[in-house]
Structure formats: C-alpha cells, structure tokens
Design a protein around this ligand. Structure first.
Ligand SMILES: *Cc1c(COP(=O)(O)O)cnc(C)c1O
Length: 368
C-alpha cells in the first residue's frame, strides 16, 4: 500500500488470496455434489467447530441473530420473561430478546470498559429474570466469571453473544462455552467470516442442542412432522464448505490481530487524548477501538476520512436508545458516554506496520 492509497477499515483480500485454490475447490465440490441443503459439509463443519471450540454440540444456523433467537427459544424463554443485556452492542443482541417475546432489560457497562458491568446486572434481577445475555464486544472477553456467579445464585441462564469473539478465550477456554448457549456469527467481516450469512449455536446440553436443531428446521425433528413454529434457519452448505477451509487458520489470524493491536498501542503512546485498549492474551480484536473522551469524535472521523483513512463508530446509539425502544428506557450513562467517544481503527490480521503508522499519525494530527 503506498502512502496515498486509501486505507480501508478491513481488508479481507490477503486471507482470500492465501486460500484461493482451496476455497475454489470447496465451491466446485459442493456445486458438483448437488447436496446444497444440509449437505455433508454442514455436519462436518459442525463437528470441526465443536472440536475447535471444545464444546459438545455445534448447530449451524443462518445467522448470528438466529443463533441468539433459537438459543433463547431452546431455553424456553419467551413472553413474560426478562433477559438482562448490555446497551452497548449491535442491535441484534436486544432484537433477539424482543423477537422471542421477552423483554430486554439493560444493565450498564463499566465506567471504564466496553462490557456489561456485573454490579449493574445484579441490580436489574427481578423475579421475571430468566437469563443474562453478555456480549464479548470487539472480541474482548467480558467479565464472564462474575456473570456466571450471579447466574448460579439466581438460577438464570447465560447466553453468550460471541458474534465478535470467535477464537477468544478465558484461561484457555473459548468464549461461548461458559453459559448455557453461545451464539456465533459468520457475517463476512467477523473474525471467522463466511461469504454470506451464517451462524452457529453451541451448547453442552443435549436437550438444548436437539431443540435448536428442531427449531432451525421449521420445528420438525422428523420431516413433515412439525411440532412447533420454528424457522428456516439452516447453515448454507456452500458457506459451511468455505468455513471449513478458513477454520484451521483462525488462531493465526487472531494472533495477527493481537500483534497489530500491540503495535497500535506502541504507536499511540505518544498521541495525547487517545485511550487505547489493553492487549490481553484472550482478546481477538474483532475491532481495535479507541476512546477520544476530550475530542469531537465525529470531526476526528471526518478528518481521517479526508486523509484517506476509513474508520467506524461501533455504536453511535446504544441499543436502549434506538427508535425501536423510544421512551422505554432511561439512558445508561456509561454506554451513552462510550457511544460519543469510540472510534474503531483499521485492523485485519496482516495489516502492515506502515499502514498503522499512517493511521496513528493522521489521528494525532486530527487531535492536535
Ligand atoms: C454481527 C453481530 C450479531 C449478529 O450476527 P448476524 O450474523 O449478522 O446476524 C449479533 N451480535 C453482535 C454483537 C454482532 O456484532
């Protein structure tokens, strides 16, 4: 990349180039097989993903959103129930709770974090609470230990939204394997991305896995014997075949992201006004998100754009303040503050140090 070339926020072409022949071979194999719906690649991917994640069951579904919805349904959560989650996430998190007829209840994030604060969760537990849905936002494991203690003490399920945390670990154990259900997304920009939509529900519970398999196939365990209202939410065979090619590389890619994050940390040490995220071993840096607490974040983003550098704001409006829930929830202060401060810088596994230096130089100039 030359010094004038535009820097995207994400560049997937190096990993696609590296696997080009294998990806093409997988496509051709599926096209020739004629087994396009629930073909053998789906079961094979489910087994390989379960082995990688260290979990008993992996159920391929059509999206991360569906993994959350089907997970909630499989745990029997629905109308009259409350599920506690974070305001500071992509809307699919709260949307899944509303979609099953339950009520999302928002607990704020920590004063200096991006993640659900267990102390705020505790305050929101009522007799209607059935589950806690934490998000491992930006690929950083949330305070799962404290959340599990709360869940155990109050007899609640934990449904982990792992859409941004494929490959992230806590003490060597994968996110998504601590709670009753973990939900992964294979949206193309995620750490393990498909070439279209896809998702995965993981669980150690045989009954939950069985119900999830039933729900993804129109609520039928046996064809044409539909038991309940379900979904058409199968993982596409072509996507499963392509994901099988990418899965063995995800740890190396995540390591590349961590190294890039460490490099950003060094480069940003000399840039005043930027709070950089800590680089921890289990973090997979789906996003490298800095806080600009004293700046006009939107003006900084425009200036970077003018310098040919794409950045993103995840998320400008907390879920509880979106038009869909207008007037229903009082704003959570730390989530509202983060929404004004955050800026996600370009990151991908093979981002070049020179590209990162250009980004941090431009950021420093925009803040000066
Ligand atoms: C991407 C994402 C989802 C939804 O995943 P899809 O596969 O796009 O449905 C859910 N939660 C979070 C936090 C996400 O980032």
């Amino acid at each position: 990349m030359t010094t004038t070339e535009r820097i995207p926020v994400l560049d997937l072409s190096p990993e696609i180039d590296a696997l080009w022949d294998e990806l093409n071979a997988a496509v051709q194999r599926v096209l020739r097989s004629g087994a396009l719906i629930m073909g053998p690649d789906v079961a094979a991917f489910e087994q390989e993903a379960a082995a990688y994640l260290g979990v008993k069951h992996a159920v391929g579904v059509n999206s991360g959103t569906d993994a959350l919805v089907i997970g909630l349904r499989a745990l029997g959560i629905g109308p009259g129930d409350e599920v506690i989650t974070t305001p500071f996430s992509f809307f699919a998190t709260a949307e899944s709770i509303s979609a099953v007829g339950a009520r999302p209840v928002f607990a704020d994030i920590g004063p200096d974090s991006f993640q659900l604060d267990p102390d705020r969760v505790r305050e929101q537990i009522t007799e209607r609470t059935r589950a806690i849905m934490p998000v491992h936002l930006y690929g950083q494991p949330c305070a799962i230990d404290e959340i599990l203690v709360l869940a155990r003490d109050h007899d609640l399920h934990v449904i982990e939204d792992c859409a941004q945390s494929f490959g992230a670990r806590v003490r060597g154990r994968h996110t998504g394997t601590f709670g009753s259900v973990g939900a992964y997304s294979f949206f193309p920009s995620k750490n393990l991305g498909a070439f279209g939509d896809g998702g995965l529900l993981v669980t150690d519970d045989d009954a939950v896995a069985g119900t999830a398999r039933m729900l993804r196939a129109h609520g039928s365990r046996r064809k044409y014997h539909n038991e309940v209202l379900g979904y058409n939410s199968r993982l596409d065979t072509l996507q499963a075949a392509l994901l099988r090619v990418k899965l063995p590389h995800v740890d190396a890619w995540n390591q590349g992201r961590r190294e890039a994050a460490a490099r950003y940390g060094e480069l940003l040490r000399d840039v005043p006004g930027v709070l950089a995220p800590a680089v921890t071993p289990g973090h997979v840096f789906h996003q490298y998100t800095v806080r600009l607490p004293h700046a006009d974040r939107d003006a900084v983003q425009r200036e970077l754009d003018g310098a040919g550098i794409a950045t993103m704001v995840y998320y400008p409006v907390p879920q509880d303040q979106l038009p869909v829930y207008r007037g229903q929830y009082a704003a959570a202060p730390h989530s509202a503050a983060r929404a004004r401060e955050v800026l996600s810088l370009p990151i991908w596994p093979t981002i070049a140090p020179g590209v990162q230096a250009r980004v941090t130089r431009a950021l420093g100039a925009a803040l000066a």
